[in-house]
Design a protein around this ligand. Structure first.
Ligand SMILES: [Zn+2]
Length: 239
């Protein structure tokens, strides 16, 4: 059954979340705690989407060798809570050209219900160091932009949207993750999200998403206050 089917059949009575990280990656609790809370809040569907294993040291993704335990645990819980809440098994796969790809292979070899395709680490043209645009700290975003793109916001943001386009054209996946990542840390500081050059980038990606019939995740991260004090004003969960 496809994810589109799950979403369509659930949409009239919908209380669902398909982007969940437990402590198998960078979430804060055991998967079962998310499930019991979802049941308490009347959710009918909950999808786990740990960050896929990356070929370099990091603190946020599944660690190499833990995939099997993750899959076994989610499938076990699926059986235990059968009839109470629908549990789905997924990964949030990172697209970094030349570093990690092959989403379709990941989905079939691990028997996943779906894949979220996301860009958290943006490549520049000069070296292999990646700009980390996620995480709660605005300083990480600002310092990376200064260091890898010479503080040229237009260059950095363009690289992000172009990397997304490349992912859409080269990979097979179900959901495109958090298109509000740039907005989350920008919050009108580096540029206005209504400037023509930015809207052109967003619109180009949205056209590609439509061509590939992808599901667009509405993520609320850009509405949540960060440690640096985002106001969360003028944000919608979309770019
Ligand atoms: Zn993500």
């Amino acid at each position: 059954m496809s994810l589109t089917y799950y979403i369509k059949t659930n949409q009239m009575k919908n209380k669902t979340n398909y982007h969940t990280h437990s402590n198998f990656s960078d979430g804060s609790a055991e998967p079962e705690e998310y499930i019991t809370e979802a049941i308490r809040q009347g959710f009918n569907s909950l999808g786990f989407s740990e960050h896929s294993v990356l070929p370099f040291e990091n603190t946020f993704a599944l660690q190499p060798g833990t995939e099997t335990a993750y899959i076994a645990e989610i499938r076990r819980l699926q059986q235990i809570y059968l009839g109470q809440v629908q549990i789905l098994l997924a990964l949030e796969a990172d697209y970094i050209p030349g570093v990690c790809a092959g989403f379709a292979g990941l989905k079939s070899s691990l028997g996943l219900d779906y894949i979220i395709g996301s860009v958290h680490l943006v490549k520049n043209n000069h070296n292999d160091i990646l700009w980390f645009i996620d995480g709660p700290r605005r300083e990480t975003y600002d310092n990376g932009l200064n260091e890898f793109f010479g503080g040229d916001i237009r260059k950095g943001v363009t690289a992000y949207w172009h990397q997304l386009n490349q992912m859409i054209e080269n990979e097979t996946f179900d959901i495109i993750g958090h298109l509000d990542k740039i907005k989350m840390h920008n919050q009108g500081r580096w540029f206005s999200e209504e400037e023509g050059w930015y809207l052109d980038l967003v619109n180009e990606t949205i056209a590609l998403i439509a061509d590939h019939s992808l599901i667009v995740e509405v993520n609320t991260s850009s509405r949540v206050n960060t440690s640096s004090g985002n106001s969360g004003k003028r944000t919608s969960g979309l770019p």
